[in-house]
Design a protein around this ligand. Structure first.
Ligand code: CA
Ligand code: CA
Length: 470
């Protein structure tokens, strides 16, 4: 019974409000003093018939509680029940908003504890009662179960369930975190879990995208950490609650597991694991054609891809937008034989939407080994001479001296240049295709043969273009 109950309790409320003055008088007369008849007044009788094994907190004066109760008379007849209204009582204890018997009877209670209270009339509705509901001088019997307790002064409580031994970095404001969680009320009722969706919860921290208690509670977590975050309602969903699972004025417990986090300003994190025994003069750079082995996983250890699954190294031309940006960056500057670990944030990997097998916004962990490196050509070039090109290039190309160069002559000549070590083709592409492309470039009228007038070195072309622009 309470004086200022929830709105659903409208019938009883006016009566109870009228009662309050009388009750104050009754209490003032009664407690610990002599009864009008001269004998001592009895106190509320408390029977704790179920005490939960763990009781991290007991109800104190001024705490906010949520509980269910059944109220009966001595003969067992029910006069009131929160169960009938399907709503827990949510109220402050010990400040005179409840009948004194209930204020006292709830003190020291644990969440999920069950009590029977016997409230004598002077701690209930006194010698007047409540018209039509409680007769005068009624002793009241309450069966109470406590489901929630918090205080306006409460802050977010954090307890570490598992902290990884290695924690080089902790979550801070503006980081983007992916985590799993189980959400329960204080009495253990589950209200939500990310595991059922088989998808992490992803959010920025400290930016107001989530409830304030969570924004605070995620601060300082490590990759892989498991943490319990207990949030009072004023830092969660307040008096109104949300949805049909989180009632008003409820304390929320989140057991979170941090999968990964990053900051949108993060670069690729590069760590050399081992260097080749011999000194390395030249390292991989944009344009180079490289072969590398790699293992790719998520930060929680989930394996995603490995070049070892294919039995051959991965191949790529660096700086050509062939691999994700973070990997491209991480391969640059490597010696052949070097091994590196790369931590690649999602904005340099597969972004918010992810890719096949890669969750959205996932940070990727690579272990790479550079197997080989072929010097790239300057941008836009398919073939370069190591020294000056032949003085009479067209004559050299025109093997049968008929004044024109068909594809066969062209290919024969270029291949000879390569095999004699005079020049080289762009690495990383089938040489027939490259030579075909070169021919197409030179056969400017597309008639299948190159003439003396058509033939032009790219370096000369570029030179001309510069002049034209000037
Ligand atoms: Ca010819
Ligand atoms: Ca032509």
């Amino acid at each position: 019974m309470f004086r200022a109950g929830p709105p659903s309790h409208t019938l009883l409320r006016p009566l109870l409000l009228q009662m309050s003055l009388l009750l104050v008088l009754a209490v003032g007369r009664g407690l610990g003093r002599a009864s009008p008849a001269g004998g001592p007044l009895e106190d509320v009788v408390i029977e704790r018939y179920h005490i939960p094994r763990a009781c991290p907190r007991e109800v104190q004066m001024g705490d906010f509680v949520r509980y269910h109760y059944n109220g009966t008379f001595q003969d067992g007849k029910k006069f009131d029940s929160s169960y009938d209204r399907s709503t827990l009582v949510a109220i402050v204890v010990g400040v005179g908003r409840l009948i004194t018997g209930m204020d006292r009877g709830l003190m020291g209670m644990c969440v999920n504890e069950r009590r029977r209270l016997i409230v004598p009339p002077h701690l209930g509705y006194g010698s007047i009662g409540v018209a039509g509901l409680i007769p005068p001088d009624a002793t009241l019997y309450f069966d109470v179960v406590l489901l929630d307790v918090w205080n306006k002064a409460d802050t977010v409580q954090v307890s570490t369930l598992l902290r990884p031994p290695h924690c080089p970095r902790m979550v801070q404001d503006s980081d983007f975190v992916r985590y799993h969680y189980n959400g329960t009320l204080l009495d253990g009722t589950a209200f939500d879990t990310s595991y059922s969706r088989n998808h992490t919860y992803n959010t920025y921290v400290g930016q107001g995208y989530i409830i304030p208690g969570m924004d605070q509670g995620l601060q300082g977590t490590c990759m892989g950490e498991r943490r319990r975050i207990t949030i009072p309602p004023h830092l969660a969903y307040g008096e109104n609650g949300t949805g049909d699972k989180i009632p008003g004025s409820a304390v929320l417990i989140f057991d979170v597991h941090i999968i990964d986090f990053h900051n949108p300003a993060d670069p690729v994190e590069i760590k050399t694991l081992s260097q080749p025994p011999e000194a390395c003069n030249e390292t991989a750079k944009p344009g180079d054609f490289v072969r590398y082995h790699y293992n790719c996983s998520l930060l929680d250890g989930t394996k995603l891809f490995s070049s070892h699954d294919y039995g051959a190294p991965q191949e790529a031309t660096l700086g050509a937008n062939k691999v994700i940006e973070g990997l491209d960056t991480g391969l640059q500057g490597m010696c052949v034989g070097e091994r590196r670990q790369l931590v690649v944030p999602p904005h340099l990997a597969h972004g918010e939407s992810g890719a096949r097998g890669v969750p959205g916004s996932a940070v990727l962990l690579f272990e790479v080994e550079l197997v080989s490196r072929e010097e790239g050509l300057p941008e836009g070039y398919l073939f370069v001479w190591h020294e000056d090109p032949p003085a009479n290039l067209f004559e050299d190309l025109d093997l049968n001296k008929d004044g024109e160069v068909p594809p066969e002559e062209f290919a024969t000549f270029i291949k000879a240049q390569v095999s004699e070590g005079k020049g080289r083709l762009m690495p990383g592409q089938d040489s027939e295709k490259t030579i075909g492309d070169m021919f197409q470039n030179q056969d400017r009228n597309q008639d299948g043969k190159i003439t003396m007038e058509e033939l032009k070195l790219k370096s000369d072309e570029d030179q001309e273009r510069v002049h034209e622009e000037l």
